[in-house]
Write a protein that binds this ligand. Structure first.
Ligand SMILES: [Zn+2]
Length: 132
């Protein structure tokens, strides 16, 4: 038994035409073969999607590390040197992370970096005020 792809009627294997809708069963048989190149053509599209996901994961990591560096800069901003290094790392990584989606973490990292530089300038101003 074989099934008509057009109407779903069960037909004997030797039947060339569907007894229900009259469509050529041989033609119906060749149609799935014609569809195969389309399925093959769709596969690269499916292969591209995981790579874009990987790029998003990498960019997310970039923005995330920028966010973490900026956040650490908030806590270690008072330490001479380390605070500046963390701020520079946080700013650069967050800035680079902005060019790739998702930008949430990178944007937050830049905002914290902006807060960092204000705090650092206050600390420098405070230290300068002590000596002046
Ligand atoms: Zn049929």
């Amino acid at each position: 038994m074989k099934q008509c792809d057009n109407c779903g009627a069960q037909m004997p294997d030797e039947a060339n035409f569907c007894g229900n809708c009259g469509i050529s069963l041989n033609k119906v048989r060749t149609e799935p073969q014609d569809k195969r190149p389309q399925v093959v053509a769709q596969q690269p599209v499916f292969q591209q999607q995981p790579t874009t996901v990987i790029v998003q994961q990498q960019s997310n990591g970039l923005g995330k590390s920028g966010f973490i560096c900026a956040l650490l800069g908030l806590f270690f901003g008072w330490v001479p040197g380390i605070g500046w290094i963390l701020w520079i790392l946080g700013t650069v990584l967050s800035f680079l992370g902005l060019f790739k989606a998702p930008r949430g973490m990178a944007f937050a990292g830049l905002i914290i970096s902006f807060i960092d530089i204000i705090i650092l300038l206050f600390i420098i101003g405070g230290i300068a005020a002590l000596f002046l």
